[in-house]
Design a protein around this ligand. Structure first.
Ligand code: AVJ
Length: 322
């Protein structure tokens, strides 16, 4: 009997209706604000991979350099645990970890978790071809649906890289970290990537790349509504807008409607009008300060074992222990 290579942790009620309802809620909220998890359909996941290759988007390369320098030490500290990666995308950064795990012996089990089936099968296929000795099982679900499975995977290291936790509001982040701590067994690990507060120009360049890939990524959310919800949004009348808010220490990403548009989402059968010049927020990307975030994480059920950063101090990788 073969273990299936991709399993679904929780059957989403109705994924289409989930998307449709979330869009309606988001368009009617004040300020208008859509849930960023819907950015990652097959197209959006591919576009995000392209973002990570843009010269201005320093996050991925910087985090990879930290992983390259410290994966051996991380493996020494965690022992031969299983690795479960939340929001794995194409999982290229994980290569450094898998290399360290294999070098220090034993079979390595790797569980990438992603909402996008396409991104997940690409990640699984890539890992299998680069690391034939690693046992890979992809889990297709939202992050929270994997929590009930974690106790069975102990000893486990949960990796949440790329500063994806920055998409959460402070309250959402605390709730997420607390439930993760509650789901893990004592002695399990959480490896968390965090983008740090830095000069505004660097941050704004990273979210406004010259090649316009981030703009395509933002517009894809509306293209997805056209594809899946029968909307008729004119994508040429939507501009990507991203700026840093130093007061809240986050990058806010929005779509600006350059003319008034009325469109219908079916399901759920609702008509929406967005006025000329109006903004619809698609993401926040919070930036962190170690002196604040480490105590906060420690207040949510973890102890910080190690903090790794790059020489420019742009990005941090935290090894936390439950
Ligand atoms: C995948 C959430 C980490 O916030 O930097 C990149 C998403 N959006 N460019 C980020 C993103 C626009 C990214 N995360």
């Amino acid at each position: 009997r073969r273990t299936p290579s991709i399993v679904q942790a929780a059957q989403a009620r109705d994924p289409l209706l989930d998307f449709a309802r979330s869009c309606v809620r988001g368009f009617y909220s004040d300020p208008r604000s859509l849930e960023s998890r819907f950015l990652y359909d097959a197209e959006g996941s591919a576009l995000f991979e392209e973002i990570t290759r843009q010269p201005e988007y320093y996050l991925t390369g910087t985090e990879a350099s930290i992983l390259a320098a410290h994966s051996q030490e991380i493996r020494e500290l965690t022992g031969p645990s299983r690795i479960l990666e939340l929001g794995s995308g194409s999982a290229l950064k994980t290569d450094h970890m898998l290399k360290a795990w294999l070098e220090q012996g034993g079979t390595t089990r790797y569980y990438p978790v992603d909402v996008s089936a396409a991104a997940l099968s690409a990640a699984c296929a890539g890992i299998r071809s680069r690391f034939p000795a690693v046992k890979v099982v992809g889990v297709q679900c939202q992050y929270r649906d994997v929590f009930p499975l974690l106790a069975q995977l102990s000893p486990v290291l949960v990796a949440f890289l790329g500063s994806s936790i920055g998409n959460f509001s402070p309250e959402e982040m605390r709730a997420f970290v607390r439930s993760l701590a509650a789901a893990l067994c004592p002695g399990d690990f959480f490896l968390l990537g965090l983008d740090l507060v830095k000069e505004r120009a660097l941050l704004e360049a990273a979210y406004n790349d010259q090649a316009g890939v981030t703009a395509r990524f933002t517009r894809n959310l509306f293209a997805r509504m056209n594809r899946e919800l029968g909307a008729t949004i004119d994508l040429d009348a939507i501009e990507h807008a991203a700026w840093y808010r130093p007061d809240q220490e986050l990058v806010e990403v929005s779509a600006r409607f350059t003319r008034e548009q009325t469109f219908r989402l079916t399901p759920p059968g609702k008509t929406i009008t967005i006025g000329q010049g109006e903004l619809v927020r698609t993401e926040i990307s919070r930036k962190f300060r170690l002196e604040r975030v480490v105590p906060e994480l420690e207040g949510c059920g973890f102890s910080a074992e190690r903090v790794f950063t790059d020489e420019r101090g742009w990005f941090a990788l935290l090894l936390l222990r439950r």
